[in-house]
Ligand binder design. Structure first.
Ligand SMILES: O=C(O)CCC(=O)C(=O)O
Length: 281
């Protein structure tokens, strides 16, 4: 697809913000009705009314450890390509309102990585420590810039655990990430040397999208409010990316075709459509 056909391209100001700070945001990208459809599907997965592979559903650590008298998860991974009798998440992943700006940054041939639905319930919703998504991606993909899109399903503010970023931190390389002592979400590590005083909260109304360079240091806080704070996070890379360790490809997390051409290094593994749930999963 030629760049000239892009309806939602980056403005000059957004490109400057992207280069300088490593992120920019737009308001009113998706309507409440559009996001309600996704929220209902995710709620149904959480309530086990729609089947979904358990290995992609990550439990809320307080619930898991019996520290909260509640039902709850904290995230659903790869929600875009596992069929739960729906394809709305896959369609959203390919929505030009999300990917036109990503194509301006990454080029016309795009693959999607993990598509994450973060389900941060009132009072027990847990934050994420300072990290760079690129630290995680580097274990799997050899590629340059990786673009994250973070769509607010609910209004997000400091009280209910919005996203925080350290502007400009994408220019400082990928840091060591250390295991967290007593971490609530044990699978997350903390970026070495990231300081709270350098971070700023990004409070946004529902329907907004934040695009960020996955080298940007970011975190979120716990949900201290009586409200939900849900978000849908989709990541994009240039389709010329290669596997870091071809012998250790995670077949449960294949890259997803988004737009344009695929290339031999990953072509065989790229998924083009939703994957039916395999019972043994
Ligand atoms: O939405 C959040 O609370 C944090 C999201 C995040 O840090 C991530 O997806 O890498």
């Amino acid at each position: 697809m030629g760049i000239e056909t892009q309806k939602y391209s980056l403005t000059d100001d957004e490109r400057s913000l992207w280069e300088e700070n490593g992120y920019f945001l737009r308001y009113n990208v998706f309507t409440k009705e559009e996001n309600d459809v996704l929220a209902q599907i995710a709620d149904d997965i959480v309530d086990r009314k729609r089947s979904f592979p358990e290995y992609h559903i990550f439990e809320n650590a307080l619930v898991r450890d019996g520290k909260a008298d509640a039902e709850g998860i904290y995230a659903i991974h790869n929600i875009q390509y596992v069929s739960c009798n729906c394809r709305e998440f896959l369609d959203r992943t390919r929505d030009p309102r999300l990917i036109d700006p990503a194509a301006d940054i990454l080029g016309p041939d795009l693959l999607g990585l993990n598509n994450l639905y973060i389900w941060k319930p009132p009072k027990i919703g847990l934050g994420f420590p300072w990290h760079q998504d690129k630290w995680y991606f580097n274990h799997q993909y050899k590629t340059g810039t990786t673009v994250a899109t973070w769509t607010a399903i609910d209004d997000a503010d400091e009280e209910n655990g919005c996203l925080y970023v350290i502007p400009g931190s994408h220019k400082q390389g990928v840091r060591e990430h250390n295991e967290l002592e007593g971490s609530q979400q044990g699978e997350f590590r903390r970026a070495e040397g990231a300081r709270d005083e350098d971070g700023i909260p990004i409070e946004v109304p529902a329907g907004s999208v934040i695009w960020f360079n996955s080298q940007v240091l970011h975190k979120s806080t716990d949900n201290h409010s009586e409200r939900f704070r849900r978000a849908n996070v989709a990541h994009y890379i240039n389709a010329k990316a290669e596997w870091t360790r071809p012998e250790a490809v995670n077949k449960k997390r294949p890259p997803m075709w988004i737009r344009g051409k695929t290339y031999p290094a990953m072509g065989d593994e790229v998924q083009h459509d939703i994957i039916p749930i395999i019972e043994s999963d």
